[in-house]
Write a new protein. Structure first.
Length: 729
């Protein structure tokens, strides 16, 4: 029998209820994972077959940890639960049902970079390069519409208003078509295709409705339209559906998450029961009070007030800084003080920022001050070029129709197959309605490719055919090792003998270790199984909490984590909250929820930092502190104005500018030098500071300029006397 003594009354009520749809509103630090773990163990103890339980989590790492906890409560039954992220679970279903959708089970999964590359190639093929230069924005727009269940026909008919919209619609249509030709799906397809499957193949839907007798969804506030539709279509109105989440922590609208799913749950499931989890086990009373006083400013939220039996704790400390360097320096010093006074370690600290760009000054200062750190969610391991190149080979071996992966590896390592040759081969493939891979066998028919290059293509095709034949005869790790050896990658990076090449070599070796470990744990797995797991790894999966380092990360990355001491940096208007001018997807309510998430990651102590000035877009900007600071009830905050030494060291506006120009290339203006002065050129003046030229009048000795300086201070200056410094753009 499971012992419920460790559960409070709210948790126990949620765990033991099994009479239809129910929503568990789990406040920050309220033991949500414990509730889900015990609930699944309780269901199994009641006699449910583990293979009929579908548990959907936010990350695969969370799924593994939860399975381990369930196993400790109930035993090996836990291993047979269908548990994982939406993407991994439905990718698993798609592998089984692929032929129903005219795919084969070895389809490739395209990550963001693969999708962007495909978009770029389509824009070029359609001759739209001048209209759609930024393939990243186009790919993001495609993802946005797919997440809203708006596919190309619907988009072209109901959403394309302008000529530009129609052109985008054509790119979108071609993108979906090319994905299918490549036997590939992007992340959105891993959810769209199952929905399409269930809507069009009723027998398949009934098969899975019958299979899953109990559905549980973690982080419900982060589900998008498609995920919610999948939940609803697989569960009956009165069936066993348990959704767990916190509307106050809904922070992913930019990737389609819709907090209304949670707010409307009781309308969609009329007999749904609601269970609030309001007792917080993580944070002090002061941290909770501060967070609650801010989040209460949001309208349209489920009613709850967190409480805790934890100590009162320290007040949140507000730290005023001169600029971003001073901010990083103060954080480094405070970390050292905390370690010294409270016997903490580096891994007890996290520094959060709103955007990745803010980490640079932290890194510089932390390195100088000897503060060990790691960037969480920087360049993910599986996104590093040499790793992605090698994965590209494995993708082609698993699915030769994967044109994007084939294009990626065609000339890696260099084998004399250039862009012009590849374009001619693609044209030939399109003309004869065959794949690029098949075209390689007929390269001698492609017009205007030199015989020497034809041989390179032929040899490359022979190499790929060899490993395609080998993949079913040897293990994944043996296949990968043999491929690395034949490509001579290790020798290539050794011969380069640079710091960068040694890093690349280390990444190849790390990948080989990861493949070997995967093979050891899953000896029967096929190559496409491994590639699927790799494709769905997120930066959150890669966090190593055993290293003694300070964690630097965006607030979005911090979701689900906790640390004894947290620094929330860059608390200035237009940074946090992020301005609509810089992100059309930023909404004040969601920014406030993001701030709430940041504060509630902390167990013992929160520092809030803001800077008086900050370099933004290459210029000094004077900052106003974030409204969120002022929204915290003042009883929970103490202000740190800094020591006398810090006040004495506070820089003037002019000093800030000079420091900026010490790190930037500039030209001193002289009238006898042909300096490139034009409207928009950035300049520096000893008295007026940084400015931009708005007008150039005359030439030679009498040349004048009108300059708009900081604070909209407009001056007309005679150049020969102005002593301007001109920023080299």
């Amino acid at each position: 029998m499971i012992d419920f003594k460790t559960l409070n009354s709210e948790q126990k009520a949620a765990v033991t209820y099994n009479e239809g749809p129910h929503l568990v509103v789990a406040g920050a630090g309220s033991g949500k994972t414990r509730v889900l773990t015990y609930k699944i163990a309780h269901i199994l103890e009641k006699g449910y077959d583990p293979q009929t339980i579908l548990a959907l989590t936010f990350t695969n790492k969370a799924a593994k940890e939860m399975k381990n906890r369930i196993r400790s409560l109930i035993g090996p039954k836990a291993d047979y639960i269908w548990m994982g992220t939406f993407h991994s679970i439905f990718a698993k279903i798609l592998r089984v049902e692929a032929e129903q959708l005219n795919y084969t089970k070895n389809f490739s999964i395209y990550d963001t970079e693969d999708s962007q590359s495909l978009v770029s190639n389509i824009i070029e093929d359609l001759g739209l390069s001048n209209d759609f230069g930024n393939s990243s924005q186009v790919r993001h727009k495609i993802s946005y519409y797919k997440n809203l269940l708006i596919l190309p026909p619907d988009y072209l008919q109901n959403h394309a208003v302008s000529e530009q919209d129609i052109k985008f619609g054509e790119i979108y249509k071609k993108y979906q078509s090319q994905l299918h030709s490549n036997n590939a799906m992007d992340f959105e397809d891993l959810l769209l295709k199952p929905l399409e499957l269930f809507e069009n193949k009723k027998a398949v839907l009934q098969k899975y409705k019958k299979k899953f007798s109990y559905i549980l969804v973690d982080e419900f506030q982060d589900t998008n339209v498609i995920q919610y539709e999948l939940m609803k279509i697989l569960s009956s109105k009165d069936g066993n559906l348990c959704a767990v989440g916190d509307d106050a922590q809904s922070i992913y609208s930019w990737r389609g998450a819709d907090v209304r799913n949670m707010l409307n749950f009781s309308k969609d499931f009329s007999k749904a029961k609601q269970f609030p989890l309001q007792k917080n086990y993580r944070s002090t009373k002061n941290i909770l009070g501060a967070a609650d006083s801010v989040i209460k400013k949001n309208e349209n939220q489920l009613d709850k007030t967190l409480y805790t039996d934890n100590e009162e704790g320290e007040l949140l400390t507000l730290v005023k800084c001169t600029d971003e360097k001073d901010e990083a320096l103060q954080i480094a010093k405070l970390i050292k003080e905390e370690i010294s006074q409270n016997k903490l370690s580096f891994n007890n600290f996290a520094v959060f920022y709103r955007t990745n760009a803010q980490s640079r000054s932290m890194e510089d200062i932390f390195m100088r001050e000897g503060v060990a750190y790691t960037i969480v969610g920087g360049v993910e391991f599986y996104k590093r070029k040499e790793v992605k190149d090698l994965i590209g080979y494995l993708k082609v071996l698993a699915n030769y129709r994967d044109e994007e992966s084939l294009l990626r590896i065609m000339n890696f390592p260099q084998r004399g197959i250039g862009v012009t040759t590849i374009r001619k081969m693609i044209t030939f493939a399109r003309k004869h309605n065959i794949t690029l891979f098949e075209t390689m066998s007929r390269v001698f028919e492609v017009i205007d490719i030199k015989e020497r290059i034809q041989k390179h293509v032929k040899n490359f095709k022979i190499l790929l055919d060899k490993y395609i034949n080998l993949k079913s005869k040897i293990s994944i790790s043996e296949l990968t090792r043999a491929l690395i050896d034949e490509l001579q990658l290790i020798q290539m990076f050794k011969d380069e003998n640079t710091m960068e090449s040694m890093d690349r070599l280390g990444n190849i070796e790390q990948l080989m270790s990861a493949v070997t470990e995967y093979n050891k744990n899953k000896p029967e797995a096929a190559l496409e199984d491994y590639l699927q797991e790799v494709s769905l790894v997120t930066d959150l999966e890669m966090i190593d909490d055993k290293k003694n380092v300070v964690s630097l990360m965006t607030v979005h990355t911090s979701k689900g984590l906790e640390f004894p001491v947290v620094f929330v940096s860059g608390l200035e208007e237009e940074i946090f909250p992020l301005s609509n001018r810089f992100s059309s997807e930023a909404s004040l309510d969601e920014e406030r929820r993001l701030f709430y998430v940041a504060i509630t990651r902390a167990e013992k102590k929160v520092y809030l930092t803001h800077a008086r000035s900050r370099y933004r877009f290459g210029e000094v900007a004077y900052q106003n502190r974030s409204r969120f600071i002022d929204e915290i009830d003042e009883q929970y905050v103490s202000e740190d104005d800094g020591s006398a030494a810090r006040r004495a060291n506070r820089k003037s506006k002019k000093e800030i500018y000079y420091e900026y120009f010490q790190n930037i290339e500039y030209t001193k203006f002289t009238s006898n030098k042909n300096t490139n002065l034009k409207v928009g050129t950035r300049v520096m003046h000893e008295q007026f500071g940084l400015g931009k030229i708005a007008q150039v009048i005359g030439s030679g000795e009498n040349q004048k300029v009108t300059v708009i300086f900081e604070g909209n201070n407009v001056k007309q200056l005679m150049l020969k006397f102005a002593k301007l410094k001109i920023l080299n753009n």
